[in-house]
Ligand binder design. Structure first.
Ligand code: TPP
Length: 583
């Protein structure tokens, strides 16, 4: 056995070896080295006084690509788009005060959709905190409710470990945003970079394996089901469980409906796919949810846009809920079989123990619903119909693009009328519903996946919230395709005002104030096109696809009175859908 003395001397030796090998750097240097060590390849950031030491480190750094965005809100959305497209955490850098507060909408957006972000903010020097110093904001306090965790690093010797912990927390369990606040004097102080990878947080240990008895109960319920349905959410994509989900559905011929966040988690070309459920879900997905006898919720959270009126939500079913976050289970809807665990581990276990349920009659019913009420695409040429626009984009990209949307009617048409066969291909702000998200998130998706075509579907309202990022897209020669569904109004607001407020269009018409989007694009050095008919639109799309050295803005003039259906009115049950204007 090693004596206490020998142990101490070994430890001292280890320490001195480590000290010899670990370089003395300032805090800024330690942070950048740690990021390199964690394989961070891209940062979306904007400089300012408090983070100047960091920007000085970045000046001659060739390993990390710093993308100079034009507004920190856009930076946080870009990092979010990068994270959703790649599965890696998105990284943001902003200065103290307004830099930090500008990231707040992006952090809240990421928190609602469980997206891993690590946001670094500058802070005033430690002794000035609390003095209302120039550009001081309590960003840790401000972001506490919208981050998974956040830190104020006071001691340079704790910086490296804190950064490693921040990445670990952001990416493990149910992912989410983490913020690290960095006082300027700490960034200037000297310390050592160890390069040691270990992170251990005893109080934080997400459960991965589901409980065996619960898995057996779920498999039994599924085996005996006559009308089973899988309801798959964003957790399938976050947990990289798309293959496991496809295997379960195909092996037992179980229909699958996905949430907005889950689109692409199950290939929509497969016969088991019912498309999206919820407020603008397909008729057959919503009917199947209402009529099923066993509902398997996989990485989904029974969000109100999915359930409609809770009283009428899937009233006849036994419910199985698989989620890595125990606080999600039983929150909105009572379930019969809760399974806390990683969907990637749990799904194959359920698959293994499930016997083939008899679903022939169930499929007859579903196929009848599909025939009776498919998603409709109006055929017209003198005006562009939004549904046509999405089908044309789906065709021209062979369903292989990363589609990034803003929020509104176009978001729902983009969800309905593009065939999502691949994960990480539909990026949208689901939980927070953040207008202005789409374009910068699409930029971020491009930086994460430069070889995949990225198409941003946006509204004339939402695009104007972050259109200034055209500067970034032009500077970095990003060949992003931006398709504006231009209905000259805040379409989703107008639709609700038409249907529920007696057509009193209060402050939702944009006509006069809209810019000339073609000239706007050209003024930044981007390409700009306009189309007003289906034929013109298809020509513009074909030309846009050939441009590979700059962004393309396409101003598609769509029918301003088109409404997005099916629609479950707020407060109604899922099967109480309005199917069209004629009703
Ligand atoms: C930041 C923000 N402000 C307001 C809203 C409320 N809102 C939801 S949809 C919508 C209209 C969006 O209009 P547009 O971008 O033109 O898209 P369209 O609905 O016409 O497709 C509004 C104002 C929001 N979601 N986000």
């Amino acid at each position: 056995m090693e004596s206490a003395k020998a142990h101490t001397s070994n430890k001292n030796k280890e320490k001195s070896v480590q000290e010899k090998e670990s370089p003395v750097l300032n805090g800024a240097g330690i942070l950048i080295k740690t990021l390199e060590n964690l394989d961070v390849d891209t940062i979306f950031g904007y400089p300012g006084g408090a983070v100047l030491p960091l920007y000085d480190e970045l000046f001659d750094n060739n390993d990390i690509n710093h993308v100079l965005i034009r507004h920190e809100q856009a930076g946080s959305h870009a990092a979010d788009g990068y994270a959703r497209a790649t599965g890696k955490p998105g990284v943001v850098m902003a200065t103290s005060g307004p830099g930090g507060t500008n990231t707040v909408t992006g952090i809240a957006t990421a928190a609602m959709d469980s997206i891993p972000l690590v946001v670094f903010t500058g802070q005033v020097p430690k002794e000035m905190i609390g003095n209302d110093a120039f550009q001081e904001a309590d960003i840790v306090g401000i972001t506490r409710p919208i981050t998974k965790n956040n830190y104020l690093v006071k001691d340079v010797d704790e910086l490296e470990q804190t950064v490693r912990e921040a990445f670990h927390v952001a990416t493990s369990g149910r992912p989410g945003p983490v913020l690290v606040d960095l006082p300027k004097d700490m960034l200037q102080a000297k310390g050592r970079f160890s390069g040691l990878h270990k992170v251990s947080i005893p109080s934080y240990n997400p459960t991965k394996k589901g409980h065996f008895t619960q898995i057996q109960k779920a498999a039994e319920l599924l085996s005996e089901a006559e009308k089973p349905l899988i309801y798959a959410g964003g957790g399938v994509i976050l947990g990289e469980a798309w293959e496991e989900l496809t295997a379960l559905a195909e092996n037992h011929n179980i229909p699958v409906t996905t949430t907005l966040m889950g689109l692409g988690g199950f290939p929509e070309s497969k016969p088991q796919s019912l498309g999206m459920l919820g407020m603008h879900g397909t008729y057959y997905a919503n009917m199947a949810t209402t009529e099923c006898d066993v509902l398997v919720a996989v990485g989904a959270r029974f969000d109100d846009r999915v359930t409609g009126d809770l009283e009428g939500f899937s009233p006849h079913s036994k419910k199985i809920h698989i989620d890595i976050d125990p606080t999600n289970i039983g929150k909105n809807v009572e379930v019969d079989v809760p399974i806390v665990g990683d969907v990637k581990h749990v799904l194959p276990e359920i698959d293994k123990h499930t016997e083939q349920p008899d679903t022939n009659d169930w499929w007859d019913t579903i196929n009848k619903w599909k025939e009776e009420h498919p998603l409709e695409v109006p055929e017209e040429d003198h005006k562009i119909k939004p549904q046509q626009m999405m089908e044309s984009i789906s065709d021209i990209t062979n369903g292989k693009a990363i589609v990034v949307t803003d929020v509104g009617q176009h978001q729902m048409w983009a969800a309905q009328h593009y065939t999502y066969d691949y994960p990480r291909s539909f990026l949208s702000s689901g939980g927070l519903g953040t207008m202005g998200y789409g374009f910068p998130a699409a930029l971020g998706a491009h930086f994460g996946c430069p070889d995949r075509p990225v198409v941003c579907i946006t509204g004339d309202g939402g695009f104007q919230m972050t259109a200034y990022e055209l500067a970034t897209a032009v500077e970095y020669e990003v060949p992003l395709k931006i398709a504006i569904m231009n209905n000259e109004c805040l379409g989703m607001v107008r639709q609700w005002q038409e249907l529920f407020y007696d057509e009193r269009y209060s402050h939702s018409i944009l006509k006069k104030g809209n810019p000339d989007f073609v000239k706007l694009a050209e003024s930044y050095g981007a390409a700009g096109f306009r189309a007003s008919s289906k034929n013109e639109m298809e020509q513009v799309l074909a030309e846009a696809m050939t441009i590979d050295d700059r962004p393309v803005v396409m101003d598609f003039r769509v029918d301003e009175y088109e409404n997005c259906y099916p629609m479950v009115p707020s407060g109604a049950a899922l099967n109480e859908m309005v199917l069209g204007d004629k009703e």
